[in-house]
Design a protein around this ligand. Structure first.
Ligand code: ADP
Length: 172
């Protein structure tokens, strides 16, 4: 057996990756990355980060439900939730790769640090995908802010998210 095939990570089996994030709510920028990553792996797990300390517009269940609806067309995408470190989730679920979308150079500074830390902590690799330039300015926080003031975000989020977003924004 050659040295390359002796590494258990080269063993045959489904190639899995995880797309972690807050997804509060999911945007067309997230979906672009999810769609492209789902073509690279056998299974793509979209993992919604449960962080009680962070104020969110939508509950974890609502965020997961919107993601499930928005990704229903992709047979190999699963939506789950996780608490704690993403590398611990990766280890428990046998996922060797984290996929991250990069919007701008400003994302890269932080993401590179995280990727190197995650590699050191648990030997989990990070794949960076440059965003579609159409979405490089797009962030959930910005979408919520615009919706709050009655702005038009219909080109930035899927329709099922738009309905919920407008309702929630009106309640605030
Ligand atoms: P945000 O609140 O900034 O939208 P999330 O934590 O929900 O961030 O995003 C999860 C991940 O999705 C980010 O780490 C980033 O990799 C990716 N992402 C977010 N927005 C975009 C976008 N517009 N284009 C590409 N990737 C994105």
């Amino acid at each position: 057996m050659s040295a390359a095939t002796a590494d258990p990570r080269h063993a045959a089996g489904p190639r899995r990756a995880v797309c972690p994030g807050s997804f509060d709510p999911v945007t067309n920028g997230h979906l672009d990355i999810i769609a492209r990553a789902s073509r690279l792996y056998d299974e793509l797990i979209v993992a919604v980060f449960v962080n009680e300390a962070k104020r969110s517009m939508f509950s974890v269940d609502e965020r997961r439900a919107m993601l499930r609806d928005a990704t229903a067309g992709y047979g190999n995408v699963r939506v789950e939730t996780f608490e704690g470190l993403v590398v611990d989730y990766c280890k428990t679920h046998d996922i060797p790769v984290i996929v991250k979308g990069l919007r701008a150079v400003s994302d890269f500074d932080y993401e590179l640090q995280m990727a190197q830390m995650n590699r050191g902590l648990a030997d989990v690799d990070t794949l960076f995908m440059p965003t579609n330039p159409e979405y490089s300015f797009l962030a959930s926080s910005l979408v919520k802010e615009i919706a709050k003031w009655g702005g038009d975000v219909s080109a930035l989020v899927p329709e099922l998210v738009l309905d919920r977003l407008m309702r929630r924004a009106r309640q605030r």
